[in-house]
Design a protein around this ligand. Sequence first.
Ligand SMILES: Cc1cc2nc3c(=O)[nH]c(=O)nc-3n(C[C@H](O)[C@H](O)[C@H](O)COP(=O)(O)O)c2cc1C
Length: 295
Amino acid sequence: MKMRTLDPKTVATRDLHQFLLGSVAPRPIAFASTVDDDGNMNIAPYSFFNAFSSNPPILVFSSNRRVTNNTTKDTLHNIQKNKEVVINVVNYNIVRQMTLASIEYPSTVNEFEKAGLTAIPSDIVRPMRIKESPAQMECVVDEILTLGDQGGAGHLIICKVVKLHVAEKVIDEQNRIDPHKMDLMGRMGRAYYVRCSGPNVFPLFQPVTKIALGFDQLPPQIINSKVLTGNNIAQLAGLFEMPKEEDVLALKQNESIATLLDMDNRSLLLQNYAKQVLDLEGDAEKAMKVLLLDV
Ligand SMILES: Cc1cc2nc3c(=O)[nH]c(=O)nc-3n(C[C@H](O)[C@H](O)[C@H](O)COP(=O)(O)O)c2cc1C
């Protein structure tokens, strides 16, 4: 891979911003609801956002100085005054309404009305929740960290969740959030977004406490394969033990495998066969046995 190397000290902030945002993606979106001292409601999306602790439950997002004119934003001003925010998540159903709310309306304009979203009262904090959002987190702000005074500088807003509201319809029978029902949106670089449902959302089962083999325990015909990808080899390296020799040899009874073993280019054919087993069946144990026949 030919790489482009950028030095933050010499790259224009606007360009650096795009390279950072294109690289650190997709980002979750905090749809932040705040109020000013006069009770004016404000909602705006922030994708410099994540969860950083569950106990205590801490969310952090960043309101940045505008690169164009170095001004700061209403969400920050409101939080500086009253230290409260509701962070609502953004799913596919409200993504276009979210972009409307990101328009830089004057501070007295109520973006709930502009974006056609419904404000509902919170239990603990003053800012309202967004009714249409499937998860709404009432927060008190613990700390605001100022990262600089030039355009593009962030203010890390460290929020403690004091109440969490999750739509019943996204919770499964085992009391967990179903990502497909949640249908969240992520922000990529430039104007790109990603919708988190459908075939692109899939589980990866990984050993947590049991020790997996690892790449270094795999035989050279697997490690040096030109057919298997890094992901394929990782599937094999995730097994807990090498298959027993008799189980490997038993595969010779399989008619299609026996045919491959008779061919001149058996190594290549076995690797292609194993790759299919991994990609289509996800059966690492069987794939490993197939590959071990190539001795
Ligand atoms: C999806 C999305 C993500 C955004 N993320 C951020 C962000 O992380 N930080 C930021 O300062 N502005 C971000 N913006 C821009 C703000 O939403 C925009 O400046 C907004 O007008 C600020 O509103 P406010 O002045 O009411 O706080 C984002 C905009 C969109 C559409």
